[in-house]
Design a protein around this ligand. Structure first.
Ligand code: ARG
Length: 402
């Protein structure tokens, strides 16, 4: 009996060659392709997959699931890996893995396969996610072991088996795109001392070429979920993200250039474009600063964004830890209703106004005008008590305590 495998299939050269390679190595291949907002036409995918040798090709629209169940929790945690990367590629892996497992079970397949290399993070994310959901499934990663050393060898192999290869001039970059942003690596980016060439960027205008006039937009949140732009309500979160990518992208917002620590110990230079998500992060952070008391806000900032980013980056999506942190951020999100006004201008996003029915800002307490209701004498006593340890320290240091 043939061994059956569900392959995560993008339709590109790598995974098309993989369909054939797996077939030649005795597997029956069913391809699986998800629309996570990569902005590509997927209607030709089944035809492509079959021509490469697949017995079946599944294509699924996961945009809304991805937005609601993956992007939104990550936003609520304000998770940025190493303080910069909004985890775009990292986030899609557990979702795709979940669907691979679903179809493996449905079609009685003992194997799933992915196109990630042995040097990257994605292999770890796919495999840990699959095992967490079904430990009996074996995961194949042909790129880690097949014989091809170059694109040319793959093209030759494809031609030998009549797999159509697009005649497009090869871009030197490796690009992974979804709703939450674009990850770009390889080619000239591998020299971290050099500014990324303009053609590396896919969805943002360069700040230099962005409009000379700023654009103001208002983002409405309900219990932590972005629901409107300029008062226009969105039924689907993914559509809001798509529109925000377009609006902020034209202003050159959300370009990130970093050297990051991969799981396998390598440092790599990557660039990202995440216009929509970066605007949402700025806006959500500001909203939390308005509605959370100091103790809760500080606890959140100290403990959540970095931890959550690490667990997503490190392939730990399907853990009780992630669920528990989600429960925590959802509790805070209950308060996060309001409107945040942001200004987009030549690559920058700044919050310039905020409003919330749950706002803890009290003008009578903050003001320096005659409306002031704060008891300044209380400030004197507070300072005296708060400062007591330093006073004691000063006494001992200067020898004035005896
Ligand atoms: N370094 C990022 C991560 O590990 C992005 C990797 C995505 N792959 C790519 N072909 N750019 O999440």
């Amino acid at each position: 009996m043939k061994k059956r495998v569900i392959l995560a299939y993008s339709g590109g050269l790598d995974t098309s060659v993989m369909v054939r390679w797996l077939t030649e190595n005795g597997y029956e291949v069913i391809t699986y392709t998800a629309d996570v907002g990569q902005g590509e036409e997927l209607s030709e995918i089944p035809e492509k997959a079959r021509r490469a040798g697949a017995v079946e090709a599944i294509v699924e629209d996961l945009k809304e699931t991805f937005a609601e169940n993956y992007c939104l929790p990550t936003l609520k945690a304000l998770a940025l890996y190493e303080g910069k990367y909004p985890l775009t590629a990292a986030l899609s892996r557990p979702l795709i893995a979940e669907r691979l497992v679903y179809y493996a079970e449905k079609f009685n397949a003992d194997y799933v396969a992915h196109g990630s290399t042995g040097k990257g993070n994605d292999q770890v994310r796919f495999e840990l996610s699959v095992w967490a959901l079904n430990p009996d499934i074996e995961v194949l990663a042909p790129v880690r072991e097949w014989e091809f050393k170059s694109r040319e060898e793959q093209v030759e192999y494809a031609q030998r088996f009549n797999i159509p290869v697009k005649a497009t001039k090869e871009k030197p970059y490796s690009i992974d795109r979804n709703l939450w942003g674009v990850s770009i690596e390889c080619g000239p980016l591998e020299d971290p001392s050099q500014e990324p060439p303009e053609d590396a960027y896919q969805i943002t205008t360069s700040p230099e070429k962005a409009p000379d006039q700023p654009e103001y937009i208002t983002i409405g949140f309900e219990k932590g979920k972005p629901v409107s732009i300029n008062g226009n309500k969105y039924e689907n979160l993914y559509k809001l993200i798509v529109d925000l990518n377009e609006i902020a992208g034209r202003h050159g917002v959300g370009r990130i250039d970093m050297v990051e620590n991969r799981l396998v110990g390598i440092k790599s230079r990557e660039i990202y474009e995440a216009p929509g998500s970066i605007v949402l992060y700025e806006a959500y952070r500001d909203l939390l600063s308005l509605v959370l008391d100091r103790f809760t806000f500080h606890y959140f900032l100290t403990h959540i964004p970095h931890e959550y980013a690490k667990l997503v980056y490190e392939g730990l999506w399907f853990t009780p830890l992630r669920q528990a942190i989600d429960a925590f951020t959802n509790t805070l999100a209950e308060l996060a209703t309001g409107e945040i006004r942001v200004k987009l201008y030549k690559g920058s996003v700044s919050v310039v106004g905020r409003k919330s029915p749950n706002s803890l800002y009290i003008e009578e307490l903050a003001t320096y005008s005659e409306k002031d209701q704060f008891d300044q004498i209380a400030g004197k006593h507070f300072t005296k008590v708060w400062g007591l340890p330093l006073k004691v320290l000063g006494r001992v240091k200067t020898g004035k305590n005896r």
